[in-house]
Design a protein around this ligand. Structure first.
Ligand code: ZN
Length: 174
């Protein structure tokens, strides 16, 4: 799994959510249990994706899977690059960029979006490794809806971890 790399900005996004939600104590407990302790995570640098999985496990084991959804949402809303783009964008524009934004932050997997009558369908192949990953993505898409002031919902329609060829999310806001 060592070839799975991820940008520090995503790890930092999740860590910021941990600190915001459970304070310094929660943050320190998380860093200790995940052994991130003394590493200074830099936004632009690449890290092993296992580090993010460890944080997601910590959130899920300590506070429940619903919190992973919120962490995903919080992270997408606080990524500097995305927040910058979204100031000039609506949901369509942002999802058009999703494929490239994903590829910039993740060294593995593939994201594709297809417009539908009421929004868009997002497919993610070889992205999620644990069910909590998918929950985090659901939250991330909800975060995008909020960022663009779109009223809508995210529905998970397929899951690679359950035998489908990829994970699929149906996002509607039209
Ligand atoms: Zn899935």
């Amino acid at each position: 799994m060592n070839d799975r790399q991820i940008r520090g900005s995503v790890i930092n996004g999740y860590l910021k959510y941990v600190e915001k939600t459970w304070g310094k104590d929660g943050y320190e407990d998380c860093c200790q249990k995940t052994r991130i302790n003394d590493i200074k995570i830099r936004d632009g640098q690449q890290y092993n994706h296992d580090m993010l999985l460890a944080i997601i496990h910590w959130i899920s084991d300590t506070h429940g899977a619903a919190r992973v959804r919120q962490a995903g949402k919080h992270t997408v809303q606080n990524l500097g690059l995305l927040a910058y783009i979204v100031r000039f964008a609506n949901m369509d524009t942002m999802l058009n960029k999703a494929k490239n934004l994903y590829a910039d932050a993740y060294s593995f997997g593939e994201v594709n979006t297809t417009p539908t009558e009421r929004g868009a369908e997002v497919t993610m192949k070889d992205v999620s490794q644990i069910p909590e990953d998918c929950i985090g993505w659901e939250g991330a898409f909800e975060g995008m809806l909020e960022l663009t002031h779109s009223k809508g919902r995210v529905l998970k329609t397929k899951c690679q971890l359950k035998g489908d060829s990829h994970c699929e999310y149906d996002i509607t806001w039209k």
